[in-house]
Write a protein that binds this ligand. Structure first.
Ligand code: FEO
Length: 171
């Protein structure tokens, strides 16, 4: 069994907390949008929340696999009220950028510790962050180019349909 040190274990548990926090933040955004009848944007954010929870659980499972104890964290109350879709997407992009930085610091830590198992495990997250930052960056571009939020809804509806089709094709 791969051995991972205490510092790496603590750092991975910090990441578990960040991923659960991101899940709750996206859930709060989704429910806010749902309450405004922006159903496609809401569906997109519900899916993001689910994905973040999966990321957290991937880390939890890894810690279990290497014989270390995952800690399931308390989560700060997420922001519940927003001025509009643009504020939500800007906050999401900032959150993803901060998660990317945290993941890169974990990779640095794994390299320093010559922890090849954790390094290899983290590469999936490095790729995932490139994808997530790109998704939110594109969404922000669309919001800035749109005349109103209904055009954004239209774009996101297509995005949701394409992702659902991809999901089915990938099963
Ligand atoms: Fe799991 Fe989007 O960070």
């Amino acid at each position: 069994m791969a051995m991972i040190n205490d510092t790496m274990t603590t750092a991975l548990n910090d990441q578990v907390r960040r991923e659960f926090q991101a899940a709750q933040n996206y859930l709060a955004m989704a429910t806010h949008l749902d309450g405004k009848s922006l159903e496609s944007l809401a569906a997109f954010f519900y899916r993001q929340a689910d994905e973040e929870r999966e990321h957290a659980m991937k880390l939890v499972q890894y810690l279990l696999d290497v014989g270390r104890s995952p800690s399931i964290p308390a989560i700060e109350c997420p922001q519940a009220d927003f001025c509009g879709a643009k504020e939500i997407v800007e906050a999401s992009l900032a959150q993803e950028q901060s998660v990317t930085q945290a993941i890169h610091e974990l990779v640095d830590e794994a390299l320093t510790a010559k922890d090849h198992s954790t390094y290899q495990f983290l590469l999936w997250f490095v790729d995932e962050q490139v994808e997530e930052e790109a998704t939110f960056g594109k969404l922000l571009d669309i919001i800035e180019m749109s005349e109103n939020v209904l055009q954004v809804e239209h774009y996101v509806r297509h995005m949701n349909t394409a992702e659902a089709a991809e999901g089915e094709g990938g099963e």
